[in-house]
Design a binder for this molecule. Structure first.
Ligand code: SF4
Length: 315
C-alpha cells in the first residue's frame, strides 16, 4: 500500500457530476480507496491512481477554511465523498477527514457521509456534538462475511458496520442504510435480505436505499478478477446477458443495467420484505431513471437538512 500526501490546487468544494448530487457541494479528500470493492465505479476513473495507492490532499483543511471565509453563500450541506471512502482505515486519511468535518460543522454546515468503513470513536464524539447537522449512510448488503469479503475485500466486516449503526443510534443519529449495489443471485435473495432487515429493525433503522449493480468494462474486469474462483461469477454474468445499455442520471458514459423486468420485480419483492420489518426501501432514482420516479437521493438528503436548519443557503 502506497500512501502519499499531495497538494490540492483547485477548489476544495466541488460540484459532483452525479445528477443526484449536483445540487450539493462535495469533497473528495483522497484519490484512491483502500477498500477496493470489486464493483467500485471510481476504480475506472482516469484520476484513479491504481489499486494499492491512496493519495491524500493534506492541505485541504486549511484551504477549506480560506474558501469558506471568502464565500458569499455557504452550502447547506456537503457530501463526503463521491469517489472515495473518507473513513478508510488510513491514519492520514482519517486525520484530514476529521479536520474537514470539524471545520464544516463549526460553520454550521451539514455533512452527509456514506461509508463502508468503521467509524472511529473520535468521529462519533464529534458527531454527537452536532447531531442535527450529521447525516450518515451505511453501505451494507449482507451479513454474510464470506460473501462480503469476496466483493469488498478490505472494507469493514458486516459486524463492524452493524456496530457503526448501533453506536450512531446510541448517540441519537439513526443512519440511513444503503443496499447498494445489490448483486443479482448473490445478495438479493430473500434469506440474505431478511437476515439483514432483522438486524436493522433491531436498531430502529426505518429507511434504506436500494439499487442493483450496473456494469462498465472496468467493473466487469474487477468483478471477474475478484470472483474468479467462486460459484457466483457465472451466475452474476448470466443475469447481465439480457442487460440493458442505458445512461444513468449521472455521467456521460453508458452502463449495462439488469433487464427492466428483473429490476422492477425484484425491487417490488425487496420493498415488501423490508416493509415487513417496518423499513421503507426506496429505489435509487438516479441509477434507475427508466423505472422509478422516486426522488433523487440528493433531494432526500436536502429534506433532512431543510428540516434541521432554519437558514436557507445554497451551493
Ligand atoms: S468504499 Fe466506495 S469508493 Fe471505496 S472502493 Fe468501495 S465503492 Fe469504491
Amino acid at each position: 500500500m502506497h500512501i502519499n500526501f499531495i497538494e490540492r490546487k483547485g477548489h476544495v468544494l466541488t460540484k459532483p457530476t452525479l445528477k443526484c448530487l449536483n445540487q450539493v457541494a462535495a469533497i473528495n479528500p483522497t484519490l484512491g480507496c483502500i477498500h477496493q470493492c470489486a464493483y467500485c465505479y471510481a476504480r475506472g476513473y482516469s484520476i484513479y491512481p491504481g489499486d494499492g495507492k491512496v493519495l491524500v490532499y493534506g492541505n485541504m483543511p486549511e484551504k477549506l477554511k480560506r474558501e469558506l471565509s471568502t464565500r458569499r453563500k455557504l452550502p447547506a450541506y456537503v457530501f463526503f465523498s463521491p469517489t472515495c471512502d473518507v473513513l478508510q482505515p488510513i491514519p492520514q486519511v482519517l486525520k484530514v477527514t476529521y479536520e474537514l468535518m470539524e471545520v464544516l460543522l463549526e460553520y454550521g454546515i451539514g455533512i452527509n457521509l456514506l461509508t463502508k468503513g468503521r467509524i472511529p470513536a473520535k468521529f462519533l464524539q464529534l458527531f454527537s456534538q452536532y447531531k442535527k447537522l450529521v447525516h450518515v449512510q451505511i453501505g451494507i448488503t449482507t451479513l454474510n462475511r464470506d460473501i462480503q469479503k469476496q466483493i469488498e475485500s478490505y472494507a469493514a466486516t458486516p459486524q463492524a458496520r452493524l456496530l457503526n449503526i448501533k453506536r450512531l443510534c446510541t448517540i441519537g443519529i439513526v443512519p440511513e442504510v444503503k443496499l447498494d449495489p445489490l448483486i443479482p443471485g448473490v445478495t438479493d435473495t430473500e434469506s440474505n435480505l431478511t437476515a439483514l432487515f432483522t438486524a436493522l429493525q433491531g436498531f430502529g433503522v426505518d429507511s434504506t436505499g436500494i439499487n442493483y449493480l450496473f456494469l462498465r468494462p472496468q467493473i466487469k474486469k474487477n468483478l471477474c478478477k475478484a470472483l474468479v474462483n467462486t460459484p457466483f461469477l457465472s451466475k452474476i454474468l448470466g443475469h447481465y446477458q439480457n442487460g440493458k445499455s442505458m445512461n444513468l442520471l449521472a455521467e456521460k458514459s453508458r452502463v449495462i443495467a439488469l433487464d427492466v423486468h428483473y429490476r422492477k420485480q425484484a425491487y417490488e419483492h425487496i420493498s415488501q420484505w423490508a416493509k415487513d420489518f417496518g423499513i421503507d426501501a426506496y429505489v435509487c432514482g438516479c441509477k434507475n431513471p427508466d423505472i422509478t420516479e422516486e426522488p433523487l437521493c440528493g433531494m432526500n438528503w436536502g429534506k433532512h437538512f431543510e428540516s434541521s436548519s432554519s437558514q436557507k443557503r445554497i451551493f
